[in-house]
Design a binder for this molecule. Structure first.
Ligand code: ZN
Length: 511
């Protein structure tokens, strides 16, 4: 049986609704990320179409009010800012199979690797697991036997790439081509991580994209970051204007929310002026004029910005001409696509703040543009009262696993991995477990040992508020000066995932 994922939108009925007795996998914290190898399905079974619809673009929850049922609230909390990325599987045959094992054994926090045409083409974290037949039917239809993808996964940000799958499948003893949903345990995943985890640097260093990857389909993060880094700003009295970088942050904020999905990528001048004007007034140099028309027009020179609805050949138009023409502006399609990915977004925000807005109150500005989570590594700024959304998320997201917290503290006997000091209490010692990539939104890091550090309270605050970061060689550097202050202490059994450290560095504006 190798057609387990076949679906069509015609034929078949089956019972509708998710029966009251349906077991709900619910949310569980993962002990260590496993791999879920997921065949995407061929064009014949609408694999690419479904992928485009429910993973790459994501579905609008509002379009499925009736079918969401008991999962409505959980999904809204998982995807507060917009479209929900979902994938599913038909129920497995009762006999023991790879698929039965995978459906039963996969967990929240696991990494899904999508497989198509003998390549791994994308990956994403599992944010939630649930069973909802009505919703699956509404999104993907049913196959000729009335089956649908009712075993569903809610997915985090999707990273698309193209890595030949054969070498890894061979090492894992899995027949090529991959035919069925397959689970790979945490240990084996860890051993072979590099085979599908080309580090960002390795990817950047590769002279040419793989010829199999269609040119232009995967816009390059490096190009966007380079352009942001090289951003030319108007200089007056030897001070670079803040108008462009502030506008870029505002535009990234839009992308990160529902308002910024493809349809609204470009913003009309009137709206732009109303939203960007006050930001320039409040965060620009006190004596600089508020001229939103300047970034609206001149950001084009960054190569990341489109202006439409007005002749872009001529000289800079006046505000009244922009109004008359109904011009609109925003990130180019390629730039927007890159900046919708969480790592790229974190890197871009860190880079803009540290390079172009070093003297601006970063926390205040990021909060104004809807990116407040990016001002700290945990995403949860102490002292800021949470919104309703955050309260929901807190009660819904799996609490940090207290066993992991105990384990990391025990491993280091409460000694800070940065400075080595142990805070003494009357009878014992005190330390804190710090997530490298925060559990809360927008970071959505995994609750795993590979994402934890044992820190003293001072270094916990400094790490969380981006005052210090860990470099590639495990030195601990001060962000304001770049100076090496410590060597990170690492226990032989504590494997720290570089991806998380890189993410934290990105938030710090360090690449
Ligand atoms: Zn310390």
């Amino acid at each position: 049986m190798n057609s387990g994922e076949r679906l069509s939108e015609t034929g078949g009925e089956g019972s509708d609704g998710n029966g009251a007795g349906d077991p709900r996998a619910g949310l569980q914290a993962a002990a260590g990320a496993q791999w879920v190898l997921q065949p995407r399905g061929t064009a014949r079974v609408r694999g690419p179409k479904h992928f485009e619809h429910s993973v790459r673009k994501g579905i609008k929850l509002a379009d499925y009010e009736r079918e969401l049922g008991a999962d409505a609230q959980a999904l809204r909390v998982l995807f507060p800012a917009g479209p929900a990325r979902l994938w599913g599987s038909t129920p497995a045959a009762p006999k023991k199979s790879e698929k039965t094992t995978a459906l039963a054994g996969r967990r929240v926090g696991d990494e899904v690797l999508f497989y198509a045409d003998k390549k791994f083409v994308a990956r994403a974290r599992i944010l939630g697991l649930f069973r909802n037949r009505a919703l699956a039917k509404a999104i993907w239809g049913v196959d000729e036997n009335g089956r649908t993808w009712e075993h569903m996964m809610a997915l985090g940000d999707v990273d698309e790439f193209g890595v030949p799958a054969e070498p890894l499948l061979e090492r894992l003893g899995i027949p090529v081509p991959l035919r069925s949903l397959t689970l790979v345990g945490a240990d084996r995943r860890h051993r072979f991580l590099d085979m599908v985890n080309p580090s960002e640097t390795a990817r950047a260093a590769r002279p040419e994209p793989s010829p199999d990857v269609e040119a232009g389909t995967v816009p390059r993060k490096e190009d966007v970051l380079r352009a942001l880094s090289a951003l030319k700003t108007h200089v007056k009295d030897r001070r670079p204007s803040r108008h462009k970088p502030i506008t870029l942050l505002w535009a990234i904020g839009r992308l990160a929310t529902e308002r910024g999905r493809e349809r609204n990528r470009l913003v009309e001048w009137q709206t732009f002026r109303e939203e960007v004007g006050p930001l320039l007034r409040d965060f620009g140099h006190p004596d600089s004029r508020v001229t939103p028309e300047y970034p609206f027009w001149h950001l084009r020179s960054s190569g990341l910005w489109d202006v439409e609805g007005i002749d872009t050949q001529g000289t800079a138009p006046t505000p009244s001409r922009l109004t008359a023409a109904g011009a609109s502006a925003g990130f180019s399609k390629d730039a927007a696509r890159v900046l919708r990915r969480s790592l790229a977004r974190a890197e871009a925000i860190g880079l803009i703040c540290s390079r172009h807005l070093p003297d601006v109150d970063r926390e205040a500005l990021l909060e104004r543009v809807g990116l407040s989570g990016y001002a700290s590594a945990s995403g949860d700024l102490p002292g800021r009262e949470g919104s309703a959304t955050r309260r929901l998320r807190t009660s819904f997201r799996p609490d940090r696993d207290s066993r992991l917290v105990e384990r990391i503290k025990e491993m280091y006997a409460h000694a800070c991995q940065v400075c080595g000091s142990r805070v003494e209490t009357m009878y014992s010692h005190y330390s804190e477990a710090a997530h490298i990539r925060g559990l809360g939104g927008p970071h959505l890091g995994p609750d795993q040992l590979s994402n934890l550090l044992c820190l003293c309270p001072n270094h916990h605050v400094e790490f969380d508020r981006l005052a210090i970061y860990i470099d590639e060689d495990w030195t601990v550097r001060r962000n304001s000066t770049g100076a090496v202050e410590y060597q990170l202490k690492r226990h032989a059994e504590h494997v720290i995932e570089q991806d998380h450290v890189r993410y934290h560095r990105a938030l710090c504006g360090r690449r």
